[in-house]
Structures are given as C-alpha cells and as structure tokens.
Write a protein that binds this ligand. Structure first.
Ligand code: PLP
Ligand code: COI
Length: 339
C-alpha cells in the first residue's frame, strides 16, 4: 500500500493514518495499558476539563528509519518524563513511562506503512494527555485520557538547509514566572498564533520571545529553543521555568560539550544574540534551523550571508547522523522499535 504514498510531497502537516492508541483512567486510579483503535474522531463530554479549562498536555517526537534498516525513536523516555512533569503541574495523573513508551511503539508498529524511507521524512508521534471527564468548577477533571496518534512528516528542509529570518516581539510574551511555560501545556500555544501569523505576514519565519520580567533576554523561538555562537562558544538561554526544556536542546548541549565546545546555559540578552557570529533554533520538528537574521524594531542583525555557520552545520550533521545511524550513538539515545 505504501507505494501509494508520495513521500516527496510530505510537509509538516497532518496525514491521517490507520490506528491510534487510547487508554482512560479515573483521577485516583492507576493507568492501565490501553488499546489500538482505528484512527478517527472521538466522543468527548462538552464539559470535559480539557475543552473548558485547557487541562491538557501534548508531546512531539519522531520515529526514523535508519541506515541500518532499523526503526528508532530518539530519547522517548525524555518525552515520557516531560509529560509526567507537565501532568504534575496541571494536576493530572502522570502516565507511567512504561505505558507511554509502549504506546508510542505500538502506534509506530501498527502504522508502519506510513513511515517514510530514510532521509525522506519521519513519523511524527503525538501523545496527548487530557482531562476528559466533565467538570463545571475550575478544578481537575474526574477522569483522564491518554491518546497517541502518528502522522508522516517530510524533511523540514526541502532542497537543503535554508536560513530563517526572525522578528523579536516587542509586545507579546510566551510565558511568565510561575506560569506553565516550562511544560507542554496545550494552552501555551494558541496565544502565540496571532503574533506568529503577524510576523509571517511581514515576511519573517517566526517570532522570538523575550522574558516577561525584564523584556531583555531571549527565551524561545515560537516552539523551538534558541542557541547562538560567539567566539567559538555556544550560548543558550538557561532553563528558568519559563522555557520549555527541549530534548533537542539538551542533546545539542551534550553533543557540543563532548566535542570540546564550551557551552553556557545563561541569560542571553537580545543585544548579545544580535552581536553573535551564528544563531540557530532547534526542536523535534525543526531539528536545527539556522537563523539568517534577527530583527528588533528597526535594527536587523544578520548571520552568515544566508548560509548556516560552521558550528551550526557541525552540530546539525552530528545530531542527524546519530538519528539515522550514520554516526555512532555515543550516548545511547536511540531506542529501537521492534518490528
Ligand atoms: N520549545 C517549545 C515551546 C516547544 O513546544 C518545543 C517542542 O516540543 C521545543 C521548544 C523543542 O523541544 P524538543 O526539542 O523536545 O522537541
Ligand atoms: C516540535 O515537535 O518540535 C514542536 O515544536 C511541536 C510543534 C509542532 C508545536
């Protein structure tokens, strides 16, 4: 059947697949392994906690075909743990890591015909945890659903790596101290849509958010983490609770340190970033996206004449090499999906 799929036309968009995974629990009960059911719409109470008060989390991860003809996840246990931390924050019952990993594996296995060949994309896996039971007062829902669906996505960079132009928002912030910016709460994302659309209408690829307290330090690039390079040293905003702890971010820090590169997790002011030699953003969807320019008000900083800088390129090759097994998995990050 997979001959019918036109792998080369895949983008980062939804292609419905065959099967999804669902399991439900009540607030005080243990999670039990769920089941695979046909992919499709589901019934939910109009009074569900997730619909009324945004009691929901998502995760985003990819399964890849590798050069060794294996199917692998990249650090799926980290996605499971991040969802558990989010569940604590949103007062939901955390899904055990074993159930999470089993669920994402089952979804990939059941939808294998949708997994693109190596180098032509990946299977994007989307776990969701939501307050599915009815609740009228602002309080945790009485019951919860953990759901996983998958969709094939194309390579982020069609026709090679391109640099992106970014705009610093002078009005909007993504997260405030004490809020939910440090977890993948579904409610963190809709408020970014208007600023992001406005920036795109002006020709930018995405918005850069500064911190809400001082409006001087870079936090994130839309739904991706930020890095810059100056004088051979790698800088990334420290995790202060308002930044999503990206698994790609953490991997890049480890890879860079292993390669002998000095890495600083620190406050990164917009002013400093705009004086840097290279800049990039990273995430599961974006992998590593080199930044060509950053604009703040009427000031525009440019990097690398439309080409990724040397350290950006080196880190990209290293990360993607591990993911498709053309480089050694030195940290044991790959998790094979049994076929
Ligand atoms: N920042 C935000 C707000 C995100 O939603 C994501 C995506 O998950 C990231 C950063 C990158 O995280 P990861 O590398 O784990 O995909
Ligand atoms: C990612 O998976 O890297 C993301 O940023 C998720 C995004 C589509 C919201």
């Amino acid at each position: 059947m997979s001959e019918e799929i036109d792998w080369d036309s895949l983008t980062f968009s939804l292609t419905p697949t065959d099967t999804m995974y669902i399991t439900d629990t009540d607030m005080n009960d243990a999670w039990m392994p769920g089941e695979l059911i046909p992919y499709g719409d589901m019934k939910i109470s109009p009074a569900a906690g997730v619909l009324n008060y945004g009691q929901g989390l998502f995760e985003g991860m990819k399964a890849y075909r590798t050069s060794k003809d294996r199917v692998v996840f990249f650090r799926p246990e980290e996605n499971a743990r991040r969802m558990q931390r989010g569940a604590d924050r949103l007062k939901m019952p955390p899904v055990p890591e074993s159930i999470f990993v089993d669920a994402v594996e089952q979804c990939v296995q059941a939808n294998l015909r949708w997994l693109p060949p190596m180098g032509r994309g990946a299977m994007y896996v989307r776990p969701l945890l939501m307050g599915s039971g009815p609740i009228l007062g602002v309080a945790p829902a009485p019951s919860y659903r953990f759901l996983v669906y998958v969709t094939p996505v194309g390579p982020y960079f069609k026709g090679g790596v391109k640099t992106i132009d970014l705009l610093i928002s002078d009005i909007y912030h993504r997260a405030a101290p004490g809020g939910s910016g440090g977890v993948k709460a579904i409610g963190n994302y809709a408020p970014g849509m208007m600023p992001s659309k406005d920036a795109k209408a002006k020709g930018y690829a995405e918005i850069i958010y500064l911190d809400a307290e001082t409006h001087t330090c870079i936090e994130e690039v839309g739904a991706a983490n930020f890095f810059c390079v100056k004088d051979g040293v790698l800088y990334t905003p420290e995790l202060t609770g308002t930044i999503l702890p990206g698994i790609t971010r953490d991997s890049i820090i480890q890879l860079a340190r292993h390669a002998g590169i000095e890495v600083h997790e620190t406050k990164v002011t917009a002013e400093f970033a705009m004086s840097a030699d290279e800049a990039f953003c990273c995430g599961t969807a974006a992998v590593i996206s080199p930044i060509g320019s950053i604009t703040q008000g009427d000031v525009k900083a440019t990097y690398g004449n439309g080409k990724p800088g040397p350290m950006t390129e080196k880190l990209y090759n290293h990360l993607v090499g591990i993911q498709n097994e053309t480089e050694e998995d030195i940290f044991g990050w790959l998790h094979e999906v049994p076929l």
